[in-house]
Design a protein around this ligand. Structure first.
Ligand SMILES: NCCC[C@H](NC(=O)CCC(=O)O)C(=O)O
Ligand SMILES: NC(=O)OP(=O)(O)O
Length: 312
């Protein structure tokens, strides 16, 4: 059975990108691919793009969709085997996943990092629990450590927008009032390593990504130096890994501005806090790719579903 749990589940990235371009440029009626099948989307966290683009992609592939906001409406799930369930959780993930497998043919799961315990988040209990116990393919709609649908959409966006054979792509940390997960930068770094780009990662000291996930990299702590000659600038906040889940810095000089962006194209996965992460002028300017990224989320979801349906 094929899942789509991380960017590693993308076999040949150039082939997936070519297929994505084909879906966009020569759309065909693909409704027979998913005919008679049901996709169940489970949200343990909020969403706009993921929920709508995945539903739209499912309709394009002829799938029926059922959606549940599990975080607010589902039973609290026990993830550990052998627990005496006298407290807290009403249901074990073994039953919950198996039951979804009775109603659906594939599942999408969104379950963010709790940002309290690093090892718990790295174990990906909810995502892996559904993959292990549902008996049907699972698609990651942003988990504790990764957001592969976003990364695939970002790869499609850069591939479609680049004017160079080997563009310079900068991933820049930005300030944020809340502690946010590392899922988006993790998957972005991993997929960019498989693209014909020169990737530079810039963040303040203390915001190093987990190299067990991203692979080794050399951070550039001077943002202006990192941004020199950039073609694409991907801006994102994440919380500290070493002081797990902490906000160490709220330095507004890391916010992206038109002056710092220069001639580069701007990217962000959204949602974004205006004038904290990025200045209005950038989001409202013609160098912003954020809506193309959002549009490519539908293409990424189609590709992921075709993969797990065995129809890619
Ligand atoms: N899926 C896209 C990003 C989701 C999440 N952002 C957030 O939770 C932003 C919340 C806020 O701004 O209050 C993240 O960073 O992983
Ligand atoms: N980029 C993204 O995943 O957006 P949502 O959190 O709104 O789904």
């Amino acid at each position: 059975m094929k899942h789509f749990l991380s960017t590693e589940d993308i076999g040949s990235l150039p082939e997936w990108i070519a297929k994505g371009k084909e879906l966009t440029e020569n759309p065909k009626d693909l409704r027979s691919l998913g005919n008679g099948k049901t996709l169940c989307l489970l949200f343990f966290n909020n969403s706009l793009r993921t929920r709508l683009s995945t539903q739209k992609a499912a309709h394009l592939l002829g799938l029926e969709v059922i959606v549940m906001n599990f975080g607010s409406e589902g039973w609290n799930l026990e993830l550990t085997d052998g627990t005496v369930m006298e407290h807290g959780a009403a249901e074990h993930i073994r039953e919950a996943a198996a039951v979804v497998g009775v109603y659906a043919d594939l599942i999408g799961v969104r379950a963010f990092a709790g940002l309290k315990d690093r090892e718990t988040d790295k174990a990906e209990g909810i995502l892996n629990g559904f993959a292990a116990h549902s008996g049907i393919p699972v698609i990651n709609m942003e988990s504790a450590t990764g957001h592969p649908l976003q990364a695939l959409a970002d790869a499609l966006t850069i591939s479609g927008a680049t004017k160079k054979n080997r563009p310079k792509v900068v991933l820049s940390w930005a300030p944020h009032p809340k502690a946010l997960p590392q899922a988006v930068p993790n998957s972005f770094v991993k997929i960019m390593r498989r693209m014909p780009v020169d990737l530079v990662v810039t963040h303040p000291p203390g915001y190093e990504l987990d190299v067990d996930i991203t692979g080794a990299y050399t951070p550039v702590y001077d943002q202006r130096q990192a941004l020199e000659e950039a073609d694409f600038v991907y801006v994102k906040n994440w919380s500290s890994v070493t002081r797990y889940g902490e906000v160490l810095l709220r330095d507004s000089t890391w916010m992206m501005t038109s002056e710092k962006l220069g001639k580069a194209q701007f990217m962000h996965c959204l949602p974004v806090r205006r004038n904290v992460v990025v200045a209005d002028e950038v989001l409202d300017g013609h160098q912003s790719l954020v809506l193309r990224q959002a549009a490519n989320r539908t293409v990424a979801a189609q590709l992921a579903m075709m993969h797990v349906l065995g129809k890619s």
